[in-house]
Design a protein around this ligand. Structure first.
Ligand SMILES: Cc1cc2nc3c(=O)[nH]c(=O)nc-3n(C[C@H](O)[C@H](O)[C@H](O)COP(=O)(O)OP(=O)(O)OC[C@H]3O[C@@H](n4cnc5c(N)ncnc54)[C@H](O)[C@@H]3O)c2cc1C
Length: 310
C-alpha cells in the first residue's frame, strides 16, 4: 500500500502536481487521478526524483506520450513520471561507417525524429511515419508495422536500472526485441541511438508520405484511441480482420466503440470510461474466441489501481 506520508514528503520536496487526471495524459482520454505527477527535464532531475521516491517507499509508473496506455478509472497510486520533457534535441553522433547514428533522449517525439530523418536524407524510419508518442515508448513497444519494428534501427540504449538507479548503455547485441515488445524488465530508457542509412532524399520523402497517407486513410484519426488495440495473432490473420468478420465494427458499449473505419481500433466517443473499454475488450475477445477459437491479446498496456494485466 502506498504511504501517504511518503507522497506528502515527495510532493513537498519537488513541488509536484497532485491528483492529476491521467485522462489528460493518455491518447484514449481515459484514466483517473495519479497521486503525484512529475515531468523531469534532465537525467539528474529524473534520478533525484526516483531516489527520493524509493526512500519514501512511493511506487513509480513511467509514462511516455500515453499513446498505448489504458489507465483505470481509479487512477494510479504513487508517482507517475511522464517523460515528454526529457528531451534535448536530436544529435548526429560521430561514427565511422555507413550508417549514421542519431542520438536523442527518451521523451523526444517519434514524429519529430521521423521528420528530421527525412530532411537529412536518412532512410530506415519511414515505416514509423504517423506513429504518435515518444521514442522511448516506441522502443519499449517495438512500435512499427505488421512486418517491422523500430528495434531494427536501434544501435544502443542508455537505460536506468530501476533497482540500482544507475544509468548504463546497452548495445543492440544485448537487446531482445519481439513483436511489439522489447524484453527489458526493471529498466527505464533514458536515451536512444538509432542507426540510419544515407539515401536518396526524394525517395525517402516519398516513402514517408506514402505511409502517412495510408495511415490517414485507413485508420480513425478524428477520435481518441490507442492505435491498434489487439496484437495480430498471426500475420495472415490480423486482429482487425477477425473482429470485422465477427460483425463487431461499430459495436458500442457506453462511450467505447469498435471503430467503423478500422476494427482493431477502440475509439472513445467522448465519454468513455476505462470500465467501458474493458467491457468492450472482453466482448470482442469472447466473440473471437467463440467464432475462431483464437485468443486475442491486447497490444495496449493497461495500468493503474485495480488492473491486473500491468
Ligand atoms: C492514432 C494512433 C496510431 C498508432 N499507430 C501505431 C502504429 O502504427 N504502430 C505501433 O506500433 N503503434 C501505434 N500506436 C501506439 C503507440 O503510438 C505506440 O505504441 C507508441 O510507440 C507508444 O509511445 P508512448 O510514448 O506514447 O508510450 P506510452 O503509451 O506512454 O507507454 C507505453 C509503454 O511503454 C512504457 N514506457 C514509455 N516510455 C518509457 C521509457 N522511456 N522507458 C521505459 N518504459 C517506457 C510505459 O510504461 C508503457 O508500459 C498508435 C497509437 C495511436 C493513438
Amino acid at each position: 500500500m502506498t504511504s501517504h506520508f511518503g507522497i506528502n514528503q515527495l510532493q513537498q520536496q519537488f513541488h509536484l502536481e497532485t491528483d492529476v487526471l491521467m485522462a489528460a495524459h493518455t491518447r484514449l482520454n481515459v484514466g483517473g487521478p495519479a497521486d503525484l505527477l512529475a515531468r523531469p527535464e534532465t537525467r539528474r532531475e529524473l534520478v533525484d526524483l526516483l531516489v527520493a521516491a524509493r526512500n519514501a517507499s512511493v511506487p513509480v509508473t513511467i509514462v511516455g506520450g500515453g499513446c498505448n496506455l489504458l489507465v483505470s478509472d481509479q487512477g494510479i497510486r504513487g508517482l507517475v513520471v511522464v517523460t515528454t520533457h526529457l528531451k534535448s534535441g536530436i544529435q548526429t553522433r560521430p561514427h565511422s561507417g555507413d550508417p549514421v547514428h542519431l542520438f536523442m533522449e527518451a521523451g523526444q517525439r517519434l514524429s519529430t525524429v521521423c521528420k528530421y530523418a527525412v530532411t537529412r536524407g536518412l532512410a530506415g524510419l519511414e515505416f514509423c511515419a504517423g506513429i504518435p508518442g515518444t521514442v522511448g515508448g516506441a522502443v519499449i513497444m517495438n512500435a512499427g508495422t505488421a512486418d517491422q519494428g523500430i528495434g531494427n534501427r536501434v544501435y544502443s540504449l542508455d537505460v536506468l536500472d530501476l533497482n540500482t538507479l544507475r544509468i548504463h548503455t546497452l548495445k543492440k547485441e544485448k537487446l531482445t526485441f519481439s513483436y511489439r515488445r522489447l524484453h527489458l524488465d526493471h529498466h527505464m530508457i533514458v536515451g536512444i541511438t538509432l542507426a540510419l542509412s544515407p539515401g536518396d532524399p526524394a525517395r525517402i520523402k516519398q516513402r514517408h508520405e506514402a505511409v502517412l497517407f495510408r495511415k490517414q486513410h485507413t485508420q480513425p484519426m478524428d477520435l481518441p484511441s490507442a492505435g491498434c488495440f489487439f496484437k495480430n495473432p498471426d500475420p495472415d490473420r490480423p486482429a482487425g480482420k477477425l473482429i470485422e468478420e465477427a460483425g463487431l465494427k461499430g459495436k458500442t458499449i457506453h462511450g467505447a466503440q469498435v471503430s467503423s473505419i478500422h476494427a482493431n481500433y477502440i475509439v472513445n466517443l467522448g465519454h468513455a470510461t476505462c470500465r467501458d473499454i474493458l467491457a468492450l475488450t472482453q466482448h470482442i475477445q469472447q466473440q473471437v474466441l467463440d467464432r475462431y477459437n483464437i485468443v486475442l491479446e491486447t497490444e495496449v498496456i493497461t495500468t493503474g489501481e485495480g488492473m491486473t494485466n500491468e
